[in-house]
Design a protein around this ligand. Structure first.
Ligand code: SF4
Length: 273
């Protein structure tokens, strides 16, 4: 397990929002406390479990990490009562009716009411619910620009990009290499859109996990002795509508969903991972 050499290395892992959720005044103060052993990385609820696991613990920490994430989700749901949902809907361009704020998540309606209750046709799991609520709380409603950038080009994305590659781009490429229906599933099951081929790829599909945070998956087939490759792109405004931790979580969640779909079609875990 890699050990951070100083507090700055820990700071680079955080989303730097100074949100106070951990009880420290700043992310920098939290980094110093972790480095001195007074706090643990898992006490920052905005950190993705993958990052926590990589830097601070083995399987025995996983339950604590999941409990922490579930507690953070509950906290966000409770805080909805303090948010003016009708104003939030205007800010992010959502619909507000029957006291519910509604947006499309992967093509399906996803609503929350003032008590934090969700209603939707899709399966609710933390990888969707936490980014959804962060989008409602903090999204600036900046219109999509149409300029695609890599995760590492988003604000604070550079430090987490090696892990994003490992947890999202590499496993999704392995699925695309063997499961030929992957991109059809993206279009038909998740209401994605095949778009004009970008960056000279062989296929480009855009998904909408959140309306103003589109995700483009580009795949290059193997050619002339070169391996296939796959990259995930975001609109350059993504970091204004969603914190980087939630962008990471969406990427990991989508990847894990496609790994499960491939397994259901008979491709064993050992082939995918
Ligand atoms: S909870 Fe995490 S993101 Fe928020 S202030 Fe603490 S360290 Fe920073």
């Amino acid at each position: 397990m890699p050990q951070p050499k100083n507090a700055m290395e820990i700071f680079q892992l955080l989303d730097k929002s100074n949100c106070l959720e951990c009880g420290e005044k700043t992310c920098l103060a939290f980094s110093g406390a972790v480095f001195k052993g007074k706090r643990q990385l898992k006490e920052c609820p905005k950190l993705d479990p993958e990052i926590i696991e990589r830097f601070s613990g083995g399987p025995e920490d996983q339950n604590a990490v999941e409990q922490n994430r579930d507690a953070y989700l509950e906290k966000l749901k409770n805080e909805i009562a303090n948010l003016d949902l009708s104003k939030a809907a205007k800010r992010i361009g959502a619909r507000f009716s029957d006291d519910k704020l509604t947006i499309k998540v992967l093509g399906k309606n996803f609503s929350v009411d003032a008590k934090g209750n969700f209603s939707t046709d899709i399966h609710i799991n933390p990888w969707v619910a936490v980014p959804f609520l962060n989008y409602v709380f903090y999204g600036k409603g900046v219109p999509v620009s149409g300029n695609w950038v890599s995760f590492r080009e988003l604000k604070h994305g550079k430090e987490q990009y090696p892990l994003f590659q490992k947890r999202c781009e590499e496993p999704l490429k392995r699925v695309a290499d063997i499961y030929t229906d992957l991109f059809d599933d993206m279009v038909h099951i998740l209401s994605g859109k095949e778009v004009e081929k970008q960056f000279e790829s062989d296929i480009s599909v855009v998904l909408y996990p959140l309306p103003k945070v589109p995700v483009m998956v580009c795949y290059w087939l193997p050619e002339d002795g070169l391996e296939s490759s796959l990259n995930i792109f975001f609109d350059q405004t993504a970091d204004e509508n969603l914190d980087i931790g939630s962008v990471f979580t969406l990427g990991v969640g989508l990847t894990q969903m496609f790994e499960k779909i491939a397994q259901r079609h008979g491709f064993p875990q050992s082939v995918i991972s």
